[in-house]
Write a protein that binds this ligand. Structure first.
Ligand SMILES: Nc1nc2c(ncn2[C@@H]2O[C@H](COP(=O)(O)OP(=O)(O)OP(=O)(O)O)[C@@H](O)[C@H]2O)c(=O)[nH]1
Ligand SMILES: [Mg+2]
Length: 518
């Protein structure tokens, strides 16, 4: 190989299997070779590809970054380089590297580590005494131990969470914490989390091409099925990242949409979620057919003289129109129901708040009902209404509502208009805040902002801190209540709620009196 290389002034390489058979011969130029893409096959995560690459270097240079990236992305057993002696064309030093099995891909700050390569000592061919087969088998044994320890009988999708930030680590960490909760609510198994700090976000790939390769390599090393990004990816970014890897790529908005889709029970809920999903998908429909079908699942077809893509896009648009018409009907029906209720002159109170604040639990406790309440984000999708008799014998309607979250995808917000309109006609909003959350003030402000966006902020509002039982520092809770003019309750403990009922009644008094006079 070195003699041929010397003669044609190009790098020459071979891919060799474990029995020593040559599978591919590659001729490059003076500084690099390009390995065949078909070597990138889907492999069990505890195995290397069974191929090692040996190629020549003409200038005595060490393994290049491209060599290492190929080693990792193609999961080669080994990447080896043979120097070509300048004058004689005889083989010089042999340099080689292989991947290290790993269980962790970040440092203590959560920042991504460089993929781990092990470099072998450079040697001349006659002194090479490493038993490669032995080496690779022991590495594979270690990898498979790592994978088994993680996997056991778990069939959930295994995800790596990636937060890309231009701001402080603290912020990225808090945001990752929420993403982790979203991921587990969405049924994912989180393998690891990494934070990537940049001065500026890369418009093409968000993290930059080199970093993206590193992250993908990390994912392969850990045996992940998907990468979840902690922000919304533009259609172009999704395309660029998909082109670099077979791993599933999901962004925060998509994850929220997925959770909504898993939760939707009523036909109304399902229509709204499907509409939001299609609207999210439409601008992202492009590129190859296979990419499309990965996004689209079942929808497809082919008309005369049209490409599949155009047909699919048109079908999605048709479906969106159809769903929007259905939602209009739903809104009309809801409108009539509300009008009826208004004739009955009952004031309406809606419980709003961040997801998981305990809204459904509060409704249950107040009205002794059994709406689903659980330690999952977005447990409630479909609003529930109940009657409640207040201490002074007034009857009101009380609504449980879908939870809010920071940066709620806007397609979702618009699709859920029918549901949210229910809140619009409330006489009072109870803004419930989870006082035990370390992020309570962020959550409180996010909800205030969303209420403003929805033009609901002019409705009288009662701020209530929930989960008082779970707050250790009672003094701090008291201060919070003073600062925000709020009251503290524990929805799990009915005894703490009588004050709340009285307060609701007090806040509604003008309304009740008006109704009384009519
Ligand atoms: N310790 C404690 N936990 C509570 C309290 N209220 C609710 N929780 C718990 O908080 C979790 C979320 O409660 P939910 O009532 O489902 O919350 P939600 O606001 O309806 O949430 P979404 O519908 O997902 O937006 C459940 O595990 C409840 O048991 C409380 O007063 N104290
Ligand atoms: Mg709920």
């Amino acid at each position: 190989m070195t003699e041929i290389s010397h003669e044609i002034k190009r790098q020459v390489g071979v891919l060799i299997d474990r029995k020593g058979h040559v599978e591919h011969v590659i001729v490059g130029d003076a500084s690099r070779i390009v390995l065949p893409a078909q070597a990138r096959s889907r492999l069990a995560e505890s195995r290397f590809s069974g191929l090692r690459c040996l190629h020549t270097h003409l200038r005595g240079e060490p393994l290049t970054q491209d060599d290492l990236t190929d080693l990792a992305l193609l999961r080669l057993d080994l990447m080896g380089v043979i120097d070509v002696e300048k004058d004689s064309g005889l083989p010089g030093l042999v340099k080689a590297a292989h991947m290290m099995p790993t269980t962790q891909i970040h440092n203590d700050d959560g920042e991504a580590l460089k993929p781990q390569y092990q470099f072998l000592d450079p040697k001349i061919p006659s002194q090479l005494d490493t038993d490669f087969t032995d080496l690779i088998e022991s590495l594979e044994a270690e990898m498979s131990r790592n994978v088994t320890a993680r996997k056991r009988s778990d069939t959930r999708d295994r995800a790596i969470l990636v937060s890309v930030t231009t701001e402080s680590l603290t912020e990225a960490r808090e945001s990752l914490e929420e993403l982790r909760e979203l991921a587990s609510s969405g049924g994912l198994f989180v393998l690891d989390e990494i934070i990537q700090r940049r001065h500026k976000l890369d418009p093409a790939t968000l993290v930059g091409k080199g970093k993206l390769d590193e992250i993908i390599i990390n994912c392969l090393q850990l045996g992940a099925d998907m990468i979840v990004f902690d922000r919304e990816l533009s259609p172009g970014q999704v395309r660029a990242i998909n082109a670099a890897t077979d791993l599933k790529i999901v962004d925060r908005s998509q994850l929220i949409l997925d959770i909504f889709a898993q939760r939707a029970q009523t036909s109304e809920g399902r229509i709204q979620v499907e509409l939001a999903q299609l609207k999210y998908m439409l601008p992202r429909l492009s590129g190859s057919g296979s990419e499309m079908s990965r996004l689209m699942g079942g929808i497809g077809g082919r008309g005369p003289g049209e490409t599949k893509l155009e047909v699919d896009r048109r079908r999605v648009r048709d479906r969106i129109t159809h769903l929007e018409q259905q939602i209009d009907k739903v809104r009309e029906a809801r409108h009539q129901r509300r009008a009826q209720r208004q004739r009955r002159e009952m004031p309406v109170v809606s419980i709003v708040g961040y997801t998981n604040a305990g809204k459904s639990t509060l409704l249950n406790s107040l009205t002794q009902s059994k709406v689903t309440a659980e330690q999952k984000m977005f447990a409630t999708l479909d609003p529930t209404s109940r009657r409640l008799r207040l201490p002074m014998d007034r009857e009101i309607i009380i609504n449980d509502t879908v939870g809010f979250i920071r940066d709620l995808p806007k397609d979702l917000l618009s699709a859920f208009k029918a549901t949210l309109e229910e809140i619009e006609e409330s006489d009072l909003l109870i803004h419930l805040v989870d006082a035990s959350s370390p992020l309570l003030e962020n959550q409180l402000h996010s909800v205030e902002r969303i209420l403003e966006d929805l033009e609901l902020h002019q409705i009288p509002r009662l701020l209530v801190f929930n989960k008082a039982d779970a707050v250790e520092d009672k003094e701090q809770l008291k201060n919070l209540c003073n600062t925000y003019h709020a009251m503290a309750v524990s929805a799990l403990d009915r005894k703490t709620l009588s004050m709340l009922a009285t307060e609701i009644e007090f806040k509604l008094t003008p309304t009740i009196e008006t109704n009384y006079q009519m």
